[in-house]
Design a binder for this molecule. Structure first.
Ligand code: XMP
Length: 303
């Protein structure tokens, strides 16, 4: 792929397809939707409506960074945290969680499309998404295009022939910051699938803080993904009293495409530091474990 030509052609294609109409895009802060947003903005300027839905399930600082990076655009920022937490109350089944999050997301997005009379939908579907959505094990709500009942005149998918590494190359070429161009895969349903059992604002806050620590400590280690999950409760002693706190599982895997994965052999001293930091900095956590299970039989995420 010649990046320069790709960018030129993609911009031309968007311009041709959208004409003098308005287009909307669901911007998540991931590399695909960010690249698409940049391309579309260059193509149609303020007739592009990027929509960021804050589900309350993103990592630390993510919503704020998206606002900052795309501040020159007509970004519509929807704070839907309460709605998502309410919808997830009492739900423990992983697929049920995905379904609820996906449907609520689409409903909110459709409302914004309608309010803004967007005629076109721009999507960051990439080539592997098309294949994956044909035989997925989990119902990935944000791959292969999300289902919407809102009637668009057309759907534009400028990245549909690219592989992930090519999308990253385009991201760098477009001058997107490293945190986006090199961003690890992050599941569409966000931290909700990194909490085993019911999702509550308290648990999300705990897993969010733990994730930040894991990402900081493992920043320089080659990996496909590294993250924290909240997998249950266990007894611990803090300040001489026994407390029943959360168990955080740290997972770092190497993988080519996410279909199979191998745990990273992390230096014991680094693991120890992660465990100490998590239990010191997050009072609600009493125990930290490192997951050494490959995929298969385990999946990368806990849910
Ligand atoms: P699993 O857990 O199935 O994950 O081994 C494989 C890759 O897919 C990501 N993943 C998701 N991505 N929506 C997504 O967009 C989802 O519901 C979802 N579940 C898992 C996971 O992070 C890993 O990279």
């Amino acid at each position: 792929m010649n990046v320069e030509n790709f960018v030129k052609n993609a911009i031309m294609e968007i311009r041709e397809r959208v004409g003098d109409g308005k287009a909307i895009i669901a911007l998540s802060g991931g590399v695909d939707s960010s690249v698409c947003t940049m391309l579309a903005y260059r193509a149609i300027g303020d007739r592009l409506i990027p929509v960021f839905v804050d589900t309350g399930l993103m990592r630390e600082g993510e919503p704020e960074r998206v606002k900052e990076i795309f501040k020159d655009m007509n970004l519509i920022f929807i704070d839907a945290k309460d709605e998502f937490f309410k919808a997830l109350k009492g739900v423990i089944d992983p697929e049920e969680k995905r379904k609820i999050i996906g449907e609520l997301f689409v409903r909110i997005f459709e409302r914004v499309a309608e309010e803004n009379r967007a005629e076109y939908l721009i999507q960051g579907t990439i080539y592997p998404d098309v294949i994956e959505s044909q035989g997925g094990i989990k119902s990935h709500h944000n791959v292969g295009g999300f289902p919407t009942n809102y009637k668009f005149k057309g759907i534009v998918e400028p990245l549909k022939e690219l592989y992930k590494d090519e999308v990253r190359e385009v991201a760098r070429y477009l001058g997107l910051p490293k945190e986006i161009s090199e961003r690890m895969p992050f599941p569409g349903p966000g931290l909700a699938v990194r909490i085993v059992g019911e999702v509550t604002p308290e648990k999300v806050e705990v897993v969010r803080k733990a994730t930040k620590i894991v990402e900081e400590e493992l920043e320089d280690i080659p990996k496909w993904q590294a993250f924290a999950s909240l997998i249950g409760k266990a007894t611990g002693v803090k300040g001489d009293i026994r407390v029943y706190g959360y168990i955080i599982s740290v997972r770092a895997v190497e993988s080519r495409d996410g279909m199979t994965a191998d745990p990273v052999r992390i230096d014991y001293n680094i693991l120890r530091r992660i465990a100490l930091r998590i239990t010191n900095e997050i009072p609600e956590v009493t125990r930290v474990v490192y997951d050494v299970t490959p995929k298969p039989p385990a999946t990368i995420e806990y849910e």
